[in-house]
Ligand binder design. Sequence first.
Ligand code: MGD
Ligand code: MGD
Ligand code: MO
Length: 750
Amino acid sequence: MTIRRFQQLAHWGAFTAVVEDGRLVRCEPFARDPAPSKMLDSMPAMAYSPTRILKPAIRRSWLAARDRTLRGADDYIEVSWDEALKLVADELGRVRAERGASGIFGGSYGWSSAGRFHHARTQVRRFLFSAGGCVDQAGNYSWGAAQFLLPHVIGTHAPVSGRVTDWASVVAHTRLMICFGGLALKNGQVTSGGAGAHTMEQWLARARAAGIEFVVISPNRNDAPALLDAQWIGVRPNTDTALMLGMAHTLISENRHDRAFLQSHCIGFAALENYVSGAADGVPKTAAWAAAICGVEAETISTLARRAASMRTMMTLTWSLQRAHHGEQPYWMAIALAAMLGQIGLPGGGFAFGHGSMNAVGEPRADFPSPEFGAGLNPASQAIPVARLTDMLEQPGAQYQFNGGRHTYPDIDLIYWAGGNPFHHHQDLNRLARAWAKPATVVVHDSWWTATAKRADIVLPATTPLERDDIGGSSRDNFMFAMQRAIAPVGQSRDDFDIFRELAARAGHEHAYTEGRNTREWLQEIWKHVRDGAATKGATLPAFDAFFAQGWVELPPPAPGRDDYVLFDAFRIAPDAHPLHTPSGKIELFSDTIAAFDYADCPPHPAWLPPAEWLGAEAARKHPLHLITIQPPDRLHSQMDPGPLAQANKVAGRERLGLNPVDAAARQLVDGDTVRLYNNRGACLAGVVIDTALIEGVAAMATGAWLDIAADGLERNGNPNVLSVDIGTSQLAQGPSALSVLVQVEKWSA
Ligand SMILES: Nc1nc2c(c(=O)[nH]1)N[C@H]1C(S)=C(S)[C@@H](COP(=O)(O)OP(=O)(O)OC[C@H]3O[C@@H](n4cnc5c(=O)[nH]c(N)nc54)[C@H](O)[C@@H]3O)O[C@H]1N2
Ligand SMILES: Nc1nc2c(c(=O)[nH]1)N[C@H]1C(S)=C(S)[C@@H](COP(=O)(O)OP(=O)(O)OC[C@H]3O[C@@H](n4cnc5c(=O)[nH]c(N)nc54)[C@H](O)[C@@H]3O)O[C@H]1N2
Ligand SMILES: [Mo]
């Protein structure tokens, strides 16, 4: 028996792939990782899973008669690569000739691999861009509302896309950390682009050891890890803005707000103050007013405001808060509240996003390049807001608003998806399934028969990262990795790059796509950028061959204290010399730009706008539980749901649904029961787990169970996106509103 070991990397961590006689048997965590994710244990089974796509496959009725109606209910015929590629090339050629770039949808949202070169979403867009362009997607599901709101308020979206005040600064200076959405360790298993070191738990422990007091505000007490010894405030979902307004009212009425900072570094406080006091609309946003909305006692709200004003306070919000209807508001209001506390730009003070959303948010890191590979420019320069997918397919030619502009949905005839799973990630999947029947052709590359692959006409098997060489690493993490091909491609799968190169050659734009480089040459090119960039910072990294053989490098650590990253420190010290990139150069608590958009669903200052669905809505009479769909503890989104780790956590063979004991008792439910969740959009099954950590009226379920809609319309595995609402957060950001969902739950027996 020969045993070989290869350096590898996934979004859930770095590892050594142990290969016996050519077969992956184990994934051993990276030796420098203090808290590796158990997700690694699912990988060998997934590599050889019966759900792997082994050969190119064509949907039977599409092949026979170009049928569009049986997607999701058809079977597949395996064909040769040559035949499959000819079908793809012909269809792309036909649609491009008949409709141009605006007939091809290639946004292909999805996380793809940690490897940056073979990152499938980048490759498919690069391929389509090099052929003349396509309709792309703008923004993401993670922080889509923040991405388009924040530039109006603080001139940048860097606090979600880039850096926030780092943990070193927090540990050294913060006294009170208020965590909206909490700091759930489950989310710390993942870093986009791959984690070398999972450090979230270490930082929490260090922060606690430094005496920082933690307050976790969430409908779910599980979002406060025990080691924090946190005060938990159980808030009704989607009502954080009201809670913050109540805090603001306390600060103003007790004159505890920092007028000088509001004057020197912000504009528009007067308008917000009028709204908070009630002068503007006759409704004072007192703590008691907030209490009635968010279900938290008025005294708790006022006390928290007073504490925050009395010490160095960091307010951090998970990304989940803005993945809800009117998700712009809690983010804007948090910035306003932090401005009133006057600590923005001070070490360990102010606001931040995402400390509780992903590993390595707030990780101290020197300002170094990370491995990158780009899709290039889309010559068609067309993109829809990422989550408006179904609207686009449903309503070609319809007009919509987005961030101050009026746009028209294109008429899509071909969908090309590689590296994402819309029949996991999108909301209201029954509606998407209907809209998905409109285009003539759907092409999907994946390694597994996902729900999206099963709704494609042409399915091409892609290699997994274990089956190819790549380079990975996250701009938030201090390691970079060679990803060494560990096993042979499973079945007939091919690298996405090779598939696109062949298609580009058939269509006569191979050089535009490859720029004359093969995989090896691209990896060398990517590494050259990293190495040259490091050299300008005074660091010497090994040459490509040495790096690839050695497997990884560690960046020189930043010096604690001197190099701590503090958001907006320069702006704080000299707002005129270092203005923000807003029209006023200051923090905009009232935005003239947004006022000019004239959007009822995104007013010009932060405000409480009830979401379409929440516990206070009329609809809650019929569907009285607020369903929060959290990130799964045992997989990445839908990836590895069939794997052993995720499967071991199923209850009654389905995704777990957490219910408060009172809500369970009212429905005569006990642990392990199978239930049916439903609303007007759909229904799915789940297995009950009674959980005292949830507030009453809240049901919690992870996303990512593989969609399985039976002929009767009932989803069997527990995919909550058959229930979620598919509306934009507002006309401004048009982000996904995945977390604003009401459902009813009943016992189910087959
Ligand atoms: N209700 C609800 N819905 C949500 C959310 C929520 O909070 N609530 N969260 C949203 C968020 S934040 C996100 S980011 C999305 C995630 O949505 P996605 O990123 O679409 O989810 P993944 O399951 O990671 O899908 C990635 C797909 O790419 C495939 N893939 C991986 N590597 C390769 C490769 O090299 N080549 C090819 N061809 N394919 C590859 C995987 O097999 C998988 O099918 O979900 C969103 N959906
Ligand atoms: N294990 C694992 N980790 C992941 C991922 C994964 O798939 N698996 N996905 C990664 C990705 S792509 C992203 S974008 C991030 C997402 O990061 P987040 O969006 O922050 O993660 P969520 O788990 O959706 O939500 C965090 C917590 O917010 C709480 N919450 C929900 N609604 C509300 C509300 O209205 N108010 C308050 N105060 N709290 C609320 C929930 O209880 C939940 O546990 O996670 C990343 N981390
Ligand atoms: Mo995400």
